[in-house]
Write a protein that binds this ligand. Structure first.
Ligand code: TYD
Length: 206
């Protein structure tokens, strides 16, 4: 089982899934928590290049290719082996982030980005994608309040960019209704955590 967590900045996806992970472990499931870009040493090195605030000259296609390269390495070294061992992999961000950020917001085109990602992932789709949907204005306010969170190159984009990210995610949820579950991330932490656990348990019971 391969589960991905998606959403705009500050949507609280990482916190929301913590309760679900604990409960699933109590139920006896083996969980691998990971994130993109990164998750393995090579992929983390690529992450540093992508997110470095000093890299203002990075071309949008270079950015898209680097995300796809990091994704590939992460699949090979971490995700595929864990799935083969029967574990549940829960990954913060995956291919839908590339479709929304590079395809939608950067304007490279969702289908162009899909093509390079189908090559990179050899058509590895998540079984379940939880979309933590939130108005980017609220998300960015949350980030700015959190002094511990490091601000990256993409966080610095204008609100318009983040609105385009959100809209593309919502379009993707319509395009792939069989794997997407939308979670209203504007609700309380408890409600969001419960919706997250319910969505995963529902999928596991299918
Ligand atoms: P990160 O600090 O992990 O952000 P978050 O906590 O919001 O997940 O940084 C990842 C950034 O990279 C985030 O701004 C989203 C962006 N991103 C893309 O633009 N394309 C992608 O394919 C992925 C995986 C992430």
């Amino acid at each position: 089982m391969f589960i991905t967590l998606e959403g705009p900045e500050g949507s609280g996806k990482t916190t929301a899934v913590e309760t679900a992970v604990k409960r699933l472990q109590e139920l006896g499931y083996e969980i691998v928590r990971t994130r993109e870009p990164g998750g393995t040493p090579i992929a983390e090195q690529i992450r540093n290049v992508i997110l470095d605030k000093a890299n203002t000259a990075m071309d949008p296609r270079t950015e898209a290719l680097l995300y796809a390269a990091s994704r590939r390495q992460h699949l090979v070294e971490k995700v595929w082996p864990a799935i083969k061992e029967g574990k549940i992999v829960i990954c913060d961000r995956y291919l839908d982030s590339s479709l929304a950020y590079q395809g939608g917001a950067r304007g490279l085109g969702v289908d162009n980005i899909l093509n390079i990602n189908l090559f990179a992932t050899e058509n590895t789709w998540p079984d379940l994608t939880l979309l933590f949907d939130l108005d980017p204005k609220i998300g960015l306010e949350r980030i700015n309040k959190n002094a511990n969170r490091e601000v990256n190159r993409l966080d610095l984009e204008k609100l318009e960019f983040h609105n385009a990210v959100r809209n593309t995610f919502l379009q993707l949820a319509k395009r792939y209704p069989e794997r997407f579950v939308i979670i209203d991330a504007s609700k309380s932490q408890e409600e969001v955590a419960k919706a997250t656990l319910d969505a995963i348990l529902n999928r596991l019971c299918k």
